[in-house]
Design a protein around this ligand. Structure first.
Ligand code: SAH
Length: 385
């Protein structure tokens, strides 16, 4: 793996940057109240009962929290002042605090969020005509160690809770104009979603449930490094989510070099699990393939990849490597990228090159990371608050 890192260790590169206002790992509120979103409906009902409030208040509170773009209990204007005050005394409104908000020239927005224990994650809002996609994180850091990705540079610290995963959608929703709506959610931020399966599914239940945010499951895509057992479980979760598998190489030898967890699994098992996903859900699987100049971008790689995927109802998403300061790898030039895509298409494999979003604020694929702090944003001129 070291062959892919620049000679300056990443830690040296980071330590030369200004110190954070509040270092990662320092809680905002050492004795933080339990977040309301972390509280189950039955717990909320029980609490309402103890303070002599009617059951239907739970539904009112839930609607305020999930459907409306408010920032505090104070804004729940159809509740009595006393109840709003009691809520604020008992619960925290949010599990997430925005530490930095950046807006890219293409109107992609990225948030650096501090969790209640002081850890940091990032999430992104992307705008296309008629489409608003949010990209959310599932872990603090990542254990997978893909050699081209910023998210795993520091390893994994912990799983996000279901509330922390889901609330990223709410926080981004609040950034949007009144007439804008979230149309798609991609679970492609920091972390390996299927390694935090239980919390991910709980979060997606709130996102897609009738009593939740109400987004259609077909508008949700979960991207995985390829954990076969969890893919099979995910196939049977009862909803029609989209699955994206990060392939990145057409054979095990190369894949193990750039996606180290491949060592214990291997492509055969991953593809079998993805086929199973298609059979069970009827949803076409997409394969992501990061193009790394001189590593996996040669015509023979495209040929081998088309052989591997032949006969499968799938789609290949080519992602020219997005720059990561600490890493030496780069994207191939436009002609090579185009050639790779055409080679796949000529061989009957549907393929597209993923549009780059928010690259000027490091919000593109693989650029989200841990431990970036409030003062190291660099281009502060694009900070929105
Ligand atoms: N752990 C999940 C989610 C990762 S992010 C997974 O492995 O799929 C979503 C996609 O961005 C993945 O396909 C990931 O491999 C890719 N990616 C990571 N680093 C990248 C980089 N520097 N440039 C372009 N894409 C990258």
């Amino acid at each position: 793996m070291s062959a892919f890192r620049k000679s300056t260790p990443w830690s040296a590169a980071v330590s030369s940057e200004p110190l954070p206002i509040l270092p990662a790992g320092v809680p905002n509120h050492p004795e933080a109240l339990r977040a309301l979103l972390d509280t189950s409906e039955s717990e909320l009902l029980a609490w309402l009962d103890t303070i002599g409030e009617k059951k239907f208040r739970a539904g009112q509170i839930r609607r305020w929290m999930i459907e409306r773009r408010i920032q505090s209990f104070e804004q729940m204007t159809d509740l009595s002042t006393a109840l709003r005050r009691q809520l604020a005394e008992q619960f925290s409104f949010s599990t997430l605090q925005t530490v930095r908000h950046q807006i890219a020239s293409d109107r992609t927005e990225k948030l650096l969020l501090r969790l209640q224990d002081g850890e940091l994650v990032e999430c992104v809002l992307m705008r296309d005509p008629g489409r608003r996609t949010v990209c959310i994180s599932t872990q603090v850091g990542c254990a997978m160690g893909c050699v081209f990705c910023a998210s795993g540079l520091l390893g994994v610290k912990r799983d996000l809770t279901a509330a922390e995963i889901f609330e990223q959608v709410l926080v981004l929703h609040r950034l949007m104009e009144d007439d804008e709506k979230i149309t798609n959610v991609v679970v492609m931020g920091i972390g390996e979603p299927l390694a935090n399966y239980k919390n991910l599914m709980q979060a997606l239940d709130v996102l897609c449930g009738d009593k939740g945010f109400g987004l259609g499951a077909r508008r949700v895509t979960v991207s995985t490094v390829g954990l076969p057992k969890q893919i099979r479980l995910f196939a049977r979760c009862g909803r029609q989510f989209n699955l994206a598998v990060s392939l990145h190489a057409p054979n095990d030898e190369l894949r193990t070099q750039i996606v180290p967890v491949n060592k214990g699994t291997g492509l055969t098992e991953i593809l079998a699990a993805a086929d199973d996903y298609f059979e069970v859900t009827g949803r076409r699987v997409s394969y992501e393939y990061v193009l790394l100049a001189g590593v996996n971008d040669q015509p023979h790689h495209a040929e081998e990849l088309s052989g591997l995927l032949r006969g499968r109802n799938c789609h290949v998403n080519l992602i020219p490597m997005n720059g990561v300061t600490e890493l030496v790898m780069t994207a191939p030039g436009e002609p090579r990228t185009h050639q790779f895509c055409e080679l796949l298409k000529d061989r009957g494999i549907p393929a597209t090159v993923r549009k780059r979003k928010g690259a000027d604020i490091d919000a593109a694929c693989g650029q989200l990371r841990l431990n970036r702090t409030a003062t190291d944003a660099g281009g502060e001129s694009n900070q929105a608050d």
